[in-house]
Each structure stands twice: as structure tokens, then as C-alpha cells.
Design a protein around this ligand. Structure first.
Ligand SMILES: [Cu+2]
Length: 144
């Protein structure tokens, strides 16, 4: 019965069941005035995540709480399965980090570069995604 109801909901929403089953919860803190974070949240939802958006005008205290190095700050900070996503990190890197259970705090794409998810445009050069570490300096996680 419960399954039937889920199935019905899926049909009504026209969402594939597989996508529903796989949706990974993300909590994303953002400034209400930052539009690229909204686009990024939508992008995450299209890539198997379920985003809980939390608007705050005090992002500085979020960065402080999670110890985000200033050089790696992006416009939003998100938490997924105990990991941090700082900035507009492509979903493939987030999924890779989760799948491989990386011994890191999270991943970061500093700034709001053109061509990152949520920032439509052409990348002038490849963008680098960094690791967030608790004690060692950040390293390169990947680029795109
Ligand atoms: Cu933003």
C-alpha cells in the first residue's frame, strides 16, 4: 500500500522512481540575495540531491562555524552527509567524495567563477576544485 502510494506520487510528479530513491539530502546556507545559489540548488536537485535552502544574511558566521579558509570561500556553504560543499562545486565531485568516503572535510570551489554550475557562461580556463581539510592545507580535488 505504501509502495503503491509512492508509485502514484512519482507518477503524479512525473519524477523517475530511481531519482526519488537516490535523492541525497543537502542543507544549503545562502544569502537571500544571491541568485547563483538558487540556480546551484536547482542544479543539485537535477543531479540526485534534495536541497533544504536556508537563507541567512549572516554568511560570515556560517563560514566561521565551519572553518572555511578565506581563500576558498564561495557564496554558499552546504552540508551533505557530514561533508561540506563550499561554493559552486559540480555534482560529479560531490558524488565522488561521498562514494569514496574521502577522509576530508569537504570540497570547495572558491568565488563565483563563470562556467561553474549556477554561473552560466564559458570558463576562460579550467576551474579547480579544492579539498577542505581539518589540519592539513587544501589540495586539488579535481578540475573541470
Ligand atoms: Cu550564490
Amino acid at each position: 500500500m505504501r509502495y503503491a502510494k509512492t508509485l502514484l506520487t512519482a507518477l503524479v510528479l512525473a519524477v523517475p522512481l530511481s531519482a526519488m530513491a537516490a535523492a541525497i539530502p543537502v542543507t544549503l546556507y545562502k544569502n537571500p540575495n544571491c541568485y547563483c545559489c538558487d540556480l546551484y540548488a536547482k542544479y543539485l536537485e537535477q543531479n540526485g540531491f534534495k536541497v533544504n535552502l536556508i537563507n541567512t544574511t549572516d554568511m560570515a558566521s556560517i563560514k566561521e562555524k565551519y572553518n572555511i579558509p578565506e581563500s576558498l570561500e564561495g557564496c554558499h556553504t552546504a552540508i551533505v552527509q557530514g561533508y561540506l560543499i563550499e561554493g559552486l562545486v559540480p555534482a560529479q565531485f560531490v558524488q565522488q567524495m561521498l562514494k569514496e568516503h574521502r577522509p576530508i572535510k569537504g570540497v570547495a570551489l572558491p568565488g563565483m567563477p563563470l562556467g561553474a554550475p549556477g554561473m552560466p557562461g564559458t570558463r576562460p580556463k579550467p576551474l579547480t576544485v579544492y579539498t577542505l581539510e581539518s589540519s592539513t592545507p587544501p589540495t586539488v580535488f579535481g578540475s573541470f
